[in-house]
Ligand binder design. Structure first.
Ligand SMILES: Cc1cc2nc3c(=O)[nH]c(=O)nc-3n(C[C@H](O)[C@H](O)[C@H](O)COP(=O)(O)OP(=O)(O)OC[C@H]3O[C@@H](n4cnc5c(N)ncnc54)[C@H](O)[C@@H]3O)c2cc1C
Length: 674
């Protein structure tokens, strides 16, 4: 193991974002909810201390849940089962179609079925280290503790996890760890888990505790007398705008990777629910932390609107390489002899090899392509692809065994590229995949707006600056099945909060602002499509706030986004009316929010003058090009408070609140996977 801590280039002395008024500094914040004491006892203590709600009173309390993916469906089912009245919203035609269904590779849990040295503590340690020491210890420990319960619950629901010959659940490995703790159902783990959560949700719908509102999009949060009390939603079929009131609101609306236009996320994934809450006062945590996944099918041209993930599980058996010599890059890979191949991850990181964490694997893929050793078609001046090769695995195992483990993934690759991965090495390249940032929440998963809870990928989460593979499903289900039901009851038990009438000023204002925004979007009648704005924003984000960020690039990116946002509000063309199905209108609202979020992401990336996890600042790297953290100045969560007037280019700068991160158990050190 080597520690490489010499910076290549010193940090700039002045904080340019602060100096030029791009943002302002506010007061420090703290997470007051995590109990003190030994870390293994904190969650038990919090559960015990959280007040109870008498079963007879639960049915008098209404909870709105926006989102029915794993995080939202599990929460709705559990709260419904407990006897609360739940209103569940999603924009798809069925909760079954939430983006969670796309998850392929697996879900982590510290069961130690393989007897390979796993434990709750090791999962906790791996996650804190994998997140490059930018997550909260208390939260991560709780996640590791709860992980085993998730598997038991899902097995009881009938989720068909893969099994070994003896009947025990099987495990495989994901990046950043040296044990096998990932439970899986072929390459369809998300789908199977979602069917489990969906069944539990539908059971409550049938029992009458959950009301399901599919094809309804939340467009505004209602904050009355300082508390989250409801949402304004649009029925996407009739166009009717509706007001729903409740005692508490949960946002489980997923991640915002689609700000980059091209990503592995579902086409509809967006930031609107959380951004609207942010505009109403909820802090946005670490918006710049984006996960760029190393194993995706490379971009093939200008026409694409979606990128496809090849699950990280393939790195268990696939080997990643590029030619040693540039001259070989155009050759058929099967004609390149072993001695002319560079298995660069195995070479640079012998301890973890192809299973280094995603941020590291992605950066190294970019590095070898930047050196001119990429493969596949030229994209600009470079070939943007590396090989993911199953040749060794196919010699070690039969085609049938490989197909059993990865069959649907390899078939998917063949259908998209026309190449047979059983015969020719696959080509992969990093793509935007997941967002570690999201609304800031405390240990109770409550935002700084009382009564507003945030779960799953929508919160700023437990993953720090880089999420380990198979940990998103774990976190979404931990939040929904186990954490939120225990913490939201404490909030509800402190009520009842005064009834909010429909005539309340805050309700009227929220409704009016939605009507005005829809009318404005429909009235611009400009010349550019919504998609063209989205695509241009995506290009700016990828270029200046993507895999490598620099002060100069980020300043340029902010400038370009401001200009684009200004043009959007003058020149976007939204056809149709508000009283019908109108996808152009839906997209316009989402892109308008992305145009604001994109700027905040750049400001966050600019202010964080260090590299950590998925956030790589060109100015802050070790001699051998690894991310170089600056713990003295940046060991904190950046929680941003909104500061702007809608649609204006000149803006009030957002306010930065810092939550200091303390490490009592895992000692801060430079990450090394060598
Ligand atoms: C291709 C792919 C593969 C992955 N594989 C894995 C894996 O193997 N293991 C792993 O751990 N993680 C994986 N992930 C990550 C993981 O799938 C997601 O992080 C996780 O499923 C998110 O769940 P969620 O419930 O938070 O959000 P989602 O599943 O995205 O659900 C969001 C919900 O919110 C609703 N919604 C959003 N906005 C609104 C609005 N304004 N109004 C109303 N409803 C709204 C949607 O309708 C939806 O129901 C993968 C991700 C991708 C893209």
């Amino acid at each position: 193991m080597t520690d490489t801590t010499t910076p290549v280039t010193p940090q700039t002395a002045d904080n340019v974002g602060l100096a030029t008024g791009l943002y302002r500094e506010g007061g420090k914040i703290a997470d007051a909810e995590a109990p003190k004491g030994p870390i293994s006892e904190r969650w038990g203590t919090r559960q015990f201390e959280a007040q109870l709600v008498n079963p007879a009173n639960r049915r008098k309390l209404t909870v709105i849940i926006i989102g029915s993916g794993l995080a939202g469906a599990s929460a709705a089912a559990t709260l419904g089962e407990a006897g609360y009245r739940v209103k569940s919203f999603c924009y798809q035609d069925s909760p079954r179609r939430a983006h969670s269904i796309a998850a392929q590779g697996g879900i982590n849990a510290a069961k130690n079925y393989k007897e390979d040295g796993d434990s709750v503590y090791r999962l906790f340690y791996d996650t804190v280290k994998g997140g490059d020491f930018r997550s909260r210890e208390s939260n991560v420990y709780r996640l590791a503790q709860v992980s085993a319960d998730i598997i038991d619950q899902c097995v009881a629901q009938g989720v068909p996890f893969a099994r070994e010959y003896g009947g025990m659940l099987d495990n495989r490995s994901f990046g950043g760890v040296q044990v096998s703790r990932t439970f899986y159902a072929r390459g369809q783990t998300g789908q199977q888990l979602l069917i489990g959560a969906y069944q539990a949700l539908e059971r409550q719908v049938a029992a009458g505790t959950v009301e399901m509102y599919a094809r309804h999009e939340m467009l505004e949060l209602i904050v009355a007398d300082g508390r989250a009390r409801g949402a304004i939603v649009r029925d996407m079929v009739t166009g009717e705008v509706e007001t729903h009131l409740a005692d508490a609101v949960v946002l489980a609306s997923g991640g915002y990777g689609n700000v980059f236009y091209l990503s592995t996320n579902a086409m509809g994934s967006n930031v609107t629910a959380t951004w609207r809450a942010h505009r109403k006062g909820a802090y946005f945590g670490n918006p710049c932390y984006t996960q760029i996944h190393p194993t995706c099918i490379p971009v093939s041209g200008e026409h694409q609107s979606k990128l496809t993930l090849m699950s990280e599980s393939l790195r268990n058996d696939g080997r990643i390489w590029v030619p040693k010599n540039r001259e070989d890059c155009e050759k058929d890979p099967r004609d390149i002899p072993e001695e002319d191949r560079d298995y660069y991850l195995e070479r640079i990181y012998p301890a973890f090899g192809n299973l280094v964490p995603r941020d590291i694997a992605s950066r190294q893929a970019k590095n070898v392509c930047d050196e001119g050793r990429g493969v596949g078609p030229l994209v600009g001046d470079f070939r943007r692809g590396v090989y993911l090769d199953f040749t060794d695995a196919l010699q070690r195992m039969s085609n049938e065994t490989v197909a059993d483990k990865y069959g649907n993934l390899l078939d998917m690759y063949q259908r998209i590229t026309g190449e047979n991965p059983y015969e020719v090495p696959m080509r992969i390249y990093p793509a935007v995949h997941y967002t570690m940032g999201g609304l800031w929440v405390d240990y109770d998963l409550q935002s700084n707006i009382p009564g507003l809870f945030v779960t799953g990928e929508a919160n700023f989460s437990d993953h720090g600056a880089n999420r380990l593979g198979a940990s998103a499903l774990m976190q979404g289900l931990a939040d929904g099945y186990f954490v939120l039901p225990n913490t939201i009851r404490d909030y509800l038990a402190h009520g009842p909060y005064p009834k909010v009438p429909m005539t309340h000023e805050a309700v009227v204002e929220a409704r009016a602002s939605v009507d005005a925004r829809i009318a404005k979007l429909l009235s611009i009648n400009g010349e550019r499509t919504v998609d063209s704005f989205h695509k241009e924003l995506g290009n700016i984000m990828w270029e200046f706030c993507g895999m490598e960020r620099s002060e100069e690039g980020l300043l340029k990116g902010i400038d370009l986004i401001r200009g684009l946002r200004d043009e959007f509000w003058r020149n976007v063309r939204v056809l149709g009316s508000g009283e019908e199905i109108n996808q152009s209108l839906e997209k316009a609202g989402r892109v308008a929010d992305f145009l604001e979020l994109g700027e905040l992401m750049c400001i966050d990336a600019l202010h964080r003058r260090e590299s950590c996890g998925g956030h790589f600042r060109a100015e802050s790297q070790t001699e051998d090009g690894e991310a170089l953290r600056n713990d003295d100045d940046f060991a904190y969560v950046a929680a941003w408070e909104f500061g702007e007037e809608e649609g204006h280019v000149g803006r009030l700068a957002p306010v930065l609140h810092k939550e200091d991160l303390a490490y009592e158990y895992v000692h801060l050190k430079q990450r090394s996977y060598k």
